[in-house]
Design a protein. Sequence first.
Lengths: 434, 258, 328
Amino acid sequence: MKKFITILLTNRTAQLVLFLVYVVVTTASLYLAEKSVVAFLLLLLSILILYFLKIKTPLKWVIGLLILGVLLPVSASQGPSYQSYMEVATLVGIYVAMALGLNIVVGLAGLLDLGFVAFFAVGAYTYGIFATGQAANFMPFGTYPLSGESFWVFLLIGCFVAALFGILLGIPVLRVKGDYLAIVTLGFGEIIRIVFNNMDKPVNITNGSMGLASIAPPRIFGIDLMFPNQFYYVVLVMVILVIYAVRTLEHSKIGRSWKAVRENEIAAQAMGVPLVKTKLTAFAIGASFSGMMGVVFAAKQTFVDPTSFTLLESTTILVMVVLGGMGSLPGVILGAAVVTILNLQVLTEISNWMNQLNINGVLSIPDALSPVKMQRFIFGALLIVFALYRSKGLIPAKNRKYDPEQLKQTKGKNSKFLFLSKEKLKAYEGRENL
Amino acid sequence: MNVLEVTGLTKSFGGLFANSNIDMSFEKNSITAVIGPNGAGKTTFFNMITGVYKPTSGEIVLNGKSLVGLKPDAVAKQGIARTFQNIRLFNQIPVLENVLVGMHTHLHANWLSVLLNLPQVKREEKAAQREAYRLLEYVGLADLLNENAGNLSYGAQRRLEIARAIATKPSVLLLDEPAAGMNPKETKELTKLIHTLRHELDITVILIEHDMKLVMEISDQIFVLDHGEKIAEGKPYEIRNNPKVIEAYLGKGAVALA
Amino acid sequence: MWTEVIQTLPQVVIDGLTLGAVYAVIAIGYTMVYGILELINFAHGEVFMTGAFIGTAILLTFSGIGWLAMMPAVVVLIIVLIATSILTGFLGMGIERVAYRPLRNAPKLITLITAIGISFLLQDIIRFIAEIKKGNYIVTGPEIFTNKIKLDASSILPQFQDASFKSTFLVVIIVAIIMMIGLDFFVNRTKWGMAMRAVAQDRDTAALMTINVNKVISVTFFVGSALGGATGVLFAIQYGTIDPYIGFILGIKAFTAAVLGGIGNIRGAMVGGMLLGMLEMFAAANLTGLTGGVFGAEYKDVFAFIILIVVLIFKPEGLFGKAVIEKV
């Protein structure tokens, strides 16, 4: 047995083969036993397993995209639960993107933002206002509602508006000491919600607590996208773009400046890193992901109201980041998936199961303790347990490994950047190392 | 030629004068030591030069440009780098990346060019990484490039701070108690490093130090602070026998004994 | 418009003092913990809320077994206050022991996260206990001190309108003042108080002076939480109906009050609380009028947050605090 496991852990082909078998089995079971939530979850789990396999990264991406882009939707499509599966998958995608945004702020830059949902709301309302007749109340030009074709442009607009709000919030707030930042961002999240809830007089901008209904769904090539399975692909593409963006930023000068500010503000400043600008950039970029997803959310639900944007939402996203691993890209994706699925499927399933037990007289658990209602308890417990015992999260952040052989090459003759000029280089290379 | 000139520099906190009316000038490529008993105001002095504190009055001129009122990151951009009394490294990121942070002001990437993955950004990044590696070789930390900075030994951490400071390509390097906690062997290596880098890298060095052996060996000139005031300046042998200095460190009785 | 402002002034003052007293005592809890641990105890609002529920539970039990009718209201009040404070005091102490002490050397971010976690946990625990026992998480307690008193303000100045208040207002104010005076005495005149101030200023030196730092921190949490819980009882008596989510908003406002007065400064917290309570009631009563109908009383929460942000930007040390310069 032990030998088998050792082979498994080291031999690439063995891993790949076993993995493919797993994927085929779960795909088939989902295809055949369509109602099986377990099969659905197991297929999703394959992505996590894929992450840990020892095969080359480009291959992993290809396989992953195949599973998410083809296998999953197709195998889930047999039967009535199709749309609900796609709905879950779409929501996972939306939350993954938002959690990645918060990860930049909390995980990379070390700024505790407890009001992150405010940017989501900004994005959602930006699209919502213009995609319903609402904008006619105050816009002096244009005809509203705008058609669903504007959705694609609004993805970018939502990005920018949210980033703008991020900057506006950041400018006063980021000069404030770390501990206070948490409370202030929390306050801001609440302010946005209260303001949106009351912006129906004197000029009706947000329609107050009644929310905005009949928001135009996205339209492409004349087709309205109304079903979860269609949104799924939109979100999938967006998540891929977001992952790309986060990775490139993290491994650049910008990502380093965030981490430097997180680790030691004073030293970072002394090395020339502008504190406020760096923090604002983190805030703005994180906010823009959230805003973009807000637009998607509004278009998907076709209805937004202030109750979708509460502190519980902000905390949920924070739980995703903490649970998954602050600063860790794969960790946060896992965290977002776990929490969303927990919320949407697992808790409901357990509740149903417990109801069954109740009805059959096996156990009697009062309704007050029903898992669906126990969200706060579970989140609170998760936060505490992880903060105390596994503060690095499920998949801790891993640092990049540099290859010294690559770095030793000195053929950078066009690098006017060389501090140690060629002559000095020769001078000390001959010297004894310290 | 004076690369850095400080005139009338004063810092008061409420009624307490941490620095009073300090005049100092630093020649290019010189090594100057600022010494004095604890609480004399040495770190306050450094903090004013690096923009952490705003001077109550006085002037700081680097290569003809005034530094007063500049924030620390702007000061770093002008060409002043420093290390810290209580080591301030970026503990959770690798050694190489610590040095790369030092290059921040010399890299021209911004969020847009990064996202677009422009070729000049990639080239710049590659060059920077090679440069950082060379700096690590220079201070003898090359094999540790992938270690988290927080895991390094104390002496290695001090050397990393120096490498990171040099990465900013400064004209002036401020070292705040660089030998604190080092054993004699490490101090010897540090002395060698400071000696070589001033000419090889064309840097002017100012250090705060308590290790008198190091100070006497390495300095071209010494400034002595006590209770916020400059009480003596001169060459090492002049300072060694200066009664005011002895009194400041050891008290009045010691002067009589000297 | 201004006539309305002046007319309603007496009522505003009374409501403001009531609310302010609540803010003041809760703010003390925040400021004490921040002074000693440099930690924002997010869970403190929930400790207050738990106190409100414990107090209400005791009152309901009393009324159930007929004691409420038998004993004079003051006696009932004292029993409830003491019992609740002791229980919430231990709750606060327990929270520190379990969740904050192990993280003493961890980065601040992690401790804040734990605090939020406890906040959520408490909210839900109280919720399901209330739901199980009463079928709903919104609970109304029995009324004690039901007299309504009228303040003949118009006899002071003819422009004032008469104000009225329940006798609970007097109870809240008096108890709050007693607690604040008691705490002030404790912190400034007793050995424990001195130990607390020492640990707040310089933990290591205090330890060198043979002060048991952990014990002092525990006591700080006990006292702060006990006061917070007692305030919860006062809140329940004053407003009658409570739910598990009152701690959250109130907590943030009380924290704003603590910051306004100068974080770490106990007397400052008291002043900050009263001030904030008055400002908030003033805004609630007059915002519609003053802004010509643009912003109504719903914005009074926003008002408090804006005060917080403004203070933190322009005078982060608050009214009575000292600016702290970080050592480089």
